[in-house]
Design a protein around this ligand. Structure first.
Ligand code: ADE
Length: 225
């Protein structure tokens, strides 16, 4: 999979994909993340990318021309399955959306800044609006990083058995069960006996019950869907 990200703050996206699982995904050639600086597409001597809002109101708006030129330059190179705009008014990200996006080949992500982007960019190019939650970030970069991570780890071959996504929270609409590692007894704080029993069937049953209990307690909404 290839993911192209357009941003005015490329520096913000240098590091998130250079560690751990995202790094491994790229080293294995399963994921390519390319960050594009919008600034060179900006207008005039100062490479301006934003301007005042028509109709008045506080906050700058990202202009259509630089963004359009940047998007067109990328589209000239390859076809995109989705052109995603990260925005608080988008569809709320969940595991099912990440699962679906992980099946695609080429994705483009647009990071907004200031007040947001000119509506005509959305009408013209955006095929999917995504929000990572009901709160407002200063820009779309951190949201893009979250989205890339959640998709990247699902690509076949990225995770090994140890890190398998199959048992993640949400993968089956349930939160993950509690987990423990050595020592089995830390100053009297004990690991549940069942996990030390070696009885795989009983352990699986216990984990399922714990998942269900945790989901009922913390996220009953997941069970309603
Ligand atoms: N940009 C600003 N806030 C955002 C959010 N909550 N999700 C996605 N993109 C954003």
């Amino acid at each position: 999979m290839r993911i192209d990200i357009i941003t005015v703050l490329p520096e913000l996206l240098r590091s998130p994909f250079d560690h751990s699982i995202m790094k491994r995904a790229q080293q294995k050639g399963l994921l390519e993340v390319v960050v594009h600086d919008l600034r060179p597409f900006g207008l005039g001597k100062h490479r301006k990318v934003d301007d005042y809002q028509f109709g008045g109101g506080a906050g700058m708006v990202m202009m259509i021309e630089p963004m359009s030129k940047c998007i067109e330059s990328l589209k000239a190179e390859r076809d995109y399955d989705e052109i995603i705009y990260l925005t608080p008014d988008g569809k709320r990200l969940n595991q099912s959306i990440s699962n679906q996006l992980s099946l695609k080949g080429n994705l483009m992500m647009i990071c907004g800044h200031y007040k947001g982007i000119d509506e005509r960019i959305r009408e013209q190019y955006i095929t999917l609006d995504i929000s990572i939650g009901d709160f407002v970030l200063s820009g779309g970069e951190l949201a893009a990083a979250v989205l890339v991570d959640s998709i990247g780890r699902l690509l076949p071959g990225v995770l090994n058995d140890e890190t398998s996504a199959l048992f993640d929270s949400f993968q089956d609409d349930l939160l993950a069960p509690p987990i423990y590692t050595r020592p089995a007894d830390y100053n009297g704080l004990k690991v549940p006996d069942i996990l030390l029993s070696g009885n795989d069937g009983a352990i699986e049953k216990w984990r399922y019950e714990q998942s269900l209990k945790r989901t009922q307690e913390r996220r009953p909404d997941l069970l309603e869907d």
